[in-house]
Design a protein around this ligand. Structure first.
Ligand code: ADE
Length: 230
């Protein structure tokens, strides 16, 4: 799977994908992440990527031309399954959307900045707008990083049995159960006996019960969804 990320701040995205699971995914050839600095597509002498907002609203707006030039160059090279714009007014990213996107081949992500992007870019190219939550970031780069991380780890073959996503929180609309590692007793606090029993069936039942309890307490909305899905 390939991500092309268009940004005015590529420096912000140089770190997050070069560690751990996403690094291995790239080494295995399962994931490619390409950063595109929008400034390089600006043709004026100051390489301007933003400009004043028509109508006098406060804040700068990302200009259409450099974005269009970059998107059109990429579209000439390959088709994209989704052209995503990261914005607080997009669809809220959740595990179901991550699962769906992880089956795609080519995804282009335009990171919003300043007061946003010229609306005509949204109309002409964007097929999906994604928000990572009801709060405002200073730019869409961190949202793009969240998107690539949460989708990239789900690409078939990226996770092994040990890190399997099957037991993640949200994968079945339930939060994950508590986990423990050595020592079995720490500062007088003991690991639940059942986890040391070696009885896989009982452990599985305990984990499921813990997931249910935790979801009911912390996320009654998810619990109701789980219950009604039967
Ligand atoms: N850009 C600014 N805030 C954002 C958010 N919450 N999600 C996605 N992109 C954003």
């Amino acid at each position: 799977m390939r991500f092309d990320i268009l940004t005015v701040l590529p420096e912000l995205l140089e770190g997050p994908f070069n560690h751990s699971i996403l690094k291995r995914a790239q080494q295995k050839g399962l994931l490619e992440v390409h950063l595109h600095a929008l400034r390089e597509y600006a043709t004026d002498k100051h390489r301007q990527v933003d400009d004043y907002s028509f109508g006098g609203a406060a804040g700068m707006v990302m200009k259409a031309e450099p974005i269009a030039a970059c998107i059109e160059q990429l579209l000439a090279e390959r088709p994209y399954d989704a052209i995503i714009y990261t914005s607080p007014d997009g669809q809220r990213l959740d595990q179901a959307l991550c699962n769906r996107l992880s089956l795609q081949e080519n995804i282009l992500v335009l990171c919003g900045h300043y007061k946003g992007v010229d609306e005509r870019i949204r109309e002409k190219y964007i097929t999906l707008e994604i928000s990572i939550g009801d709060y405002v970031l200073s730019g869409g780069e961190l949202a793009a990083a969240v998107l690539v991380d949460s989708v990239g780890r789900l690409i078939p073959g990226v996770l092994n049995d040990e890190t399997s996503a099957l037991f993640d929180s949200f994968q079945d609309d339930l939060l994950a159960p508590p986990v423990y590692t050595r020592p079995a007793e720490w500062r007088g606090m003991k690991v639940p006996e059942i986890l040391l029993s070696g009885n896989d069936k009982l452990i599985e039942e305990w984990r499921h019960e813990q997931s249910l309890q935790r979801t009911k307490e912390r996320r009654p909305d998810l619990y109701e969804k789980y219950k009604s899905a039967g």
